[in-house]
Ligand binder design. Structure first.
Ligand code: 5GP
Length: 178
């Protein structure tokens, strides 16, 4: 796997520390609320698992899958729900758990979609943000790290379904995807 890595951008220790902080912040903000974490498959799975362990509240979790990048390294500009939630979000305080925001298209769509289903509130927590690439304005309520405009892998993020199991976030060598 090391052959594909250009540079480690965030170590496992850095991510663990930040995820703990986010968990604490969320625990304070959602005290007394009906918090539902909605993880976006598959990229957010590892972040979701770590984050929910650090939230000291009675919460529920659910997952959605949306189509985004396919097997390429750039967005196609289309958002389609591939797997919907198992339960209703009506009256819930929804926190969307995402791996990375790039153009903002996926989260702009999902936020609006979940609001229209009658959620009490819809907010966003993302592990990573590439602000340079934003096309649509999206309010990020909780952010792990801002990163430069580079294609990254690891900690749930893939390239052609590989590298999700790397315990850190790294940039991918251009020769792998060009
Ligand atoms: P957006 O809709 O914000 O353009 O794209 C969000 C989705 O694109 C993310 O959930 C993720 O699946 C994918 N994505 C964006 N940037 C990267 C990246 O650097 N690496 C990987 N592996 N996926 C990315």
């Amino acid at each position: 796997m090391k052959k594909a890595i250009k540079e480690v951008l965030l170590t496992e220790a850095e991510i663990t520390t930040r995820v703990k902080e986010l968990g604490k912040e969320i625990s304070v903000d959602y005290e007394g609320k009906d918090l539902l974490l909605v993880g976006i498959l598959k990229g957010a799975v590892i972040f979701m698992a770590e984050l929910c362990k650090n939230i000291d509240l009675p919460i529920t979790i659910d997952f959605m899958a949306v189509s985004s990048y396919g097997n390429s390294s750039r967005s196609t500009g289309e958002v389609k729900i591939v797997k919907d939630l198992d339960f209703s979000v009506e009256g819930k305080d929804v926190l969307i758990v995402e791996d990375i925001i790039d153009t903002g298209l996926t989260l702009a769509y999902l936020t609006e979609n979940l609001r229209s289903r009658g959620a009490n509130s819809v907010r966003i927590v993302t592990l990573l943000d590439k602000p340079d690439r934003r096309n649509i304005e999206v309010k990020v309520d909780y952010l792990g790290f801002s990163i430069p405009d580079e294609f990254v892998i690891g900690y749930g993020l893939d390239y052609a379904e590989l590298y999700r199991n790397l315990p850190f976030v790294a940039s991918l060598k251009e020769e792998i995807y060009s």
